[in-house]
Design a protein around this ligand. Structure first.
Ligand code: NAD
Length: 506
């Protein structure tokens, strides 16, 4: 498909009527709110679409639909095989529409087509994985010293409000919906107000499948107007949130009313540690990938690069050379290797951090500017940026910038690397590059992070748990751990001997 043809597909779709509706109780309905969101292409600054923005009443409608589908519908009582078949069907539909979904994602989020295609493939894989898991053995039985049998079963929690960010819009929707639905819950998805488009397209595909009414619902809108009612409602049993740590803390406080279950996937400032004995080319490649992939807007980005002093000068200089060659441009252009950042506001925040880095006397090795030349002047493009000799206590080394800005810190010993790595309020991920396996194991053992990569970075597996220590979150997504987060544990005790206790007999 040519570039022009591709753009026309988006054009036709954004003229479609569902953009200004919500998917509630199995149909696209007109919102109560009259508010409209303007959705912007961050590569051009142009409006891509106008999307309906929910208010509390719209959220209430979605909550009631999901509540009734859970309490009175057949979703949680139908066989896991039937649920799995629908999720398999959805995975197939995502694959069938993968080019279109990737193209919409690129236009809305700015990420390169290559990145968007990988996200779409991973979203389909997530639905397929959880469809499979739904039908696999689960539960436990316990031997007891009484004539009793104790068995444990997992049951759906109920109505789940799912609030997601803008950096992986379709993939985050899949990470939330797939395990929740597989476990028999009903859902209300609230995408980021900046990136609602692929979720709307996903729900058009969901509408083609026979999910019972009210099982899976979509509202769009801002955090305070559309997200908060999900958080505070006593009819919602669980909130699953991915986003910033400040928002996550607020959500945790506001969810306290009915003591709903809360899982939080939050921010990070992950250390990527390069020892002098590492495979040099591999470490160099991953050092750049870990921070500039997705324009640095990745919760687990390797944004603190710790480099052993023996190779520090050579490594940082080679990294700068490689970084200067990264082709930054519109993600829809196949030659672009890094797209814009999500919005003007976010770009300005990143620029402020770059200014703070300079004030803090870190050395700006490369990048540091907004790109304003022809073809990029209306978009939100920031040069891939590297600061070296950064004080581990500096603001830019401690706060999540969430953009293409790398802070490099030298170290001399393993102990020092560990101390710097762990000196952070966050604990999402870490990378260790060394050819010494014992050293890698020691570091992996003592780093306080939910995910640790050895000689690789940012490899994400649907089969394994994902989530953070410390202020990076609560709970885990993906794998069997992610499934368990959407279940209640029930113990059923049965007796082998039916007889009265005789306790009050005398
Ligand atoms: P954000 O916290 O601003 O928003 C996330 C979502 O929360 C959006 O849908 C937003 O509308 C909603 N929201 C905002 N205020 C709310 C409120 N008061 N009540 C209910 N909902 C509310 O985050 P963002 O800027 O969209 O995303 C970037 C952040 O997400 C980064 O910090 C990043 O590290 C984090 N993130 C974490 C992971 C992970 O797996 N740990 C993955 C992706 C992104």
């Amino acid at each position: 498909m040519s570039q022009a043809e591709k753009l026309s597909v988006i054009g036709e779709w954004t003229d479609a009527t569902n953009l200004q509706k919500f998917y509630i109780n199995g149909e696209w309905i007109e919102p109560i709110s009259k508010e409209i969101l303007s959705v912007i292409n961050p590569a051009t600054g142009e409006e891509l679409a106008k999307v309906a923005s929910a208010n509390a009443q719209d959220a209430e409608r979605a909550i009631h639909a999901a509540r009734s589908a859970f309490d009175k519908g057949q979703w949680r009582t139908m066989s896991a095989h039937e649920r799995a078949n629908m999720l398999m069907e959805l995975a197939a539909k995502i694959e069938e529409h993968q080019e279109e979904l990737a193209e919409i994602e690129t236009a809305n989020n700015g990420k390169t087509l290559r990145e968007a295609q990988a996200d779409v493939a991973e979203a389909a894989k997530t639905f397929r994985y959880y469809a499979g898991l739904a039908t696999k053995p689960s539960g436990e039985t316990f031997e007891t010293d009484e004539p009793l049998v104790s068995r444990v079963v997992r049951e759906p929690i109920g109505v789940c409000g799912q609030i997601i960010p803008w950096n992986y819009p379709l993939l985050m929707a899949a990470w939330k919906l797939a395990p929740a639905l597989a476990a028999g819950n009903t859902c209300i998805l609230k995408p980021s107000e900046l990136t609602p488009l692929t979720a709307i397209r996903l729900f058009e595909l969901i509408d083609e499948i026979d999910f019972p009414k009210g099982v899976v619902n979509l509202i769009n809108g801002t955090g305070p107007d559309a997200g908060q009612p999900l958080v505070t409602s006593s009819l919602v049993d669980k909130i699953a949130f991915t986003g910033g740590t400040v928002t996550g803390k607020r959500i945790m406080k506001e969810a306290v009313g009915n003591l709903k279950k809360v899982s939080l996937e939050l921010g990070g400032k992950s250390p990527n540690i390069i020892f002098a004995d590492a495979d040099y080319e591999n470490a160099l490649d991953y050092a750049a990938f870990a921070i500039f992939n997705n324009s640095g807007q990745v919760c687990s980005a390797g944004s603190r690069l710790l480099v052993e002093r023996k190779i520090y000068d050579r490594f940082t200089s080679d990294l700068a050379e490689a970084t200067k060659k990264i082709r930054v441009g519109n993600g829809a252009d196949p030659s672009s290797q890094m797209g814009p950042v999500i919005s003007k506001q976010h770009m300005e925040k990143i620029e402020r951090y770059i200014a703070v880095g300079k004030q803090e006397k870190a050395t700006l090795l490369c990048g540091g500017r907004r790109l304003l030349d022809q073809g990029r002047e209306y978009g939100y493009f920031i040069e891939p940026t590297i600061f070296i000799d950064v004080d581990p206590q500096a603001t830019i080394a401690r706060e999540e910038i969430f953009g293409p800005v790398l802070c490099v810190i030298p170290f001399d010993t393993e102990e020092e690397a560990l101390e710097i790595a762990n000196d952070s309020p966050y604990g999402l991920a870490a990378g260790i590059f060394t050819s010494n396996t014992a050293k890698a194991e020691r570091m992996a053992k003592y780093i306080r992070a939910g995910v640790t990569w050895i000689n690789t970075y940012e490899q994400n597996l649907v089969e394994g748990p994902w989530g953070g220590y410390k202020e990076s979150g609560i709970g885990r997504e993906l794998g069997t751990y992610g499934f368990d987060e959407y279940t209640e544990v029930k113990q059923i005790i049965n007796t082998l001997k039916v007889e009265p206790t005789g306790w009050f007999a005398d």
